[in-house]
Design a protein around this ligand. Structure first.
Ligand SMILES: Cc1cc2nc3c(=O)[nH]c(=O)nc-3n(C[C@H](O)[C@H](O)[C@H](O)COP(=O)(O)O)c2cc1C
Length: 212
């Protein structure tokens, strides 16, 4: 039975389109799997601390099993977030596009879960860094809302979309390569444009809830 970890990244609450659309998927999925586990992690309206010097020193400490207690404390939240990620089969990320990328809270979450020795490994091959993903058997659904129009595959603004590429790259780096993106676009266009986009996204999310 699948378990779902839902990451919510919009700073908006009830007015958030990405949150509302994610709920279309989550409630349909829950209705089909009433016994399944759904865990939520707030990263848009709760502070996920940015990486600081203490974090870097602790995360890349050469002897991870002998980290001083103070370093273990510096990694406590990161350990929790990694454990949470590893403890679920499906990752659902709801996020707006913010300045062509993701909100800083979601970026901070990524920085906390991309962890040497836990979600990826690093070796040297003839002196050149090689990276190995450590996460297996998971898939991700990204539900995103954008004010503009044309950021999707083949769209006029595709090259400016650093949100989907960041998420796909970072998730792929740790081993989550089965990633589906459902986007609603045009919140800043006339209402009809957005309504059509949202209706299409909802249909696709309902279909995915039957597959996941
Ligand atoms: C700080 C900020 C930056 C934004 N940057 C972009 C952007 O780069 N491209 C875009 O299409 N929309 C941008 N928008 C609009 C949001 O993507 C849009 O309002 C989206 O629907 C918000 O999602 P939400 O309702 O889940 O919060 C931005 C909005 C904010 C508040």
């Amino acid at each position: 039975m699948s378990t779902v970890l839902a990451i919510h990244a919009s700073p908006r609450g009830d007015r958030s389109h990405s949150r509302r659309l994610a709920e279309v998927f989550l409630s349909a999925w829950q209705a089909r799997h009433p016994q399944s586990k759904l865990t939520r992690r707030e990263v848009g309206r709760a502070l996920i601390p940015p990486v600081n010097e203490a974090f870097v020193a602790a995360a890349f400490y050469p002897e991870p099993d002998a980290r001083p207690l103070s370093m273990q404390a510096d990694l406590a939240l990161s350990d929790t977030l990694v454990e949470e990620l590893l403890g679920h089969d499906v990752l659902v990320i709801s996020t707006p596009m913010h300045n062509f990328s993701v909100p800083s809270g979601l970026k901070a979450w990524i920085d906390q879960i991309v962890r040497l020795g836990l979600t990826f490994n690093h070796t040297l091959d003839n002196g050149i860094a090689q990276y190995e993903p450590l996460v297996q058997g998971k898939k991700a659904l990204i539900v995103t809302s954008r004010g503009g129009f044309g950021f999707g595959p083949g769209g006029e603004l595709e090259a400016m979309n650093h949100a989907d590429t960041l998420l796909r790259t970072a998730l792929g780096f740790i081993g989550i390569t089965d990633v589906t993106v459902i986007a609603v676009e045009g919140e800043e266009s006339e209402a009809r444009t957005f309504e059509v986009s949202a209706a299409e996204a909802e249909q696709r999310l309902l279909a995915l809830a039957r597959e996941f």
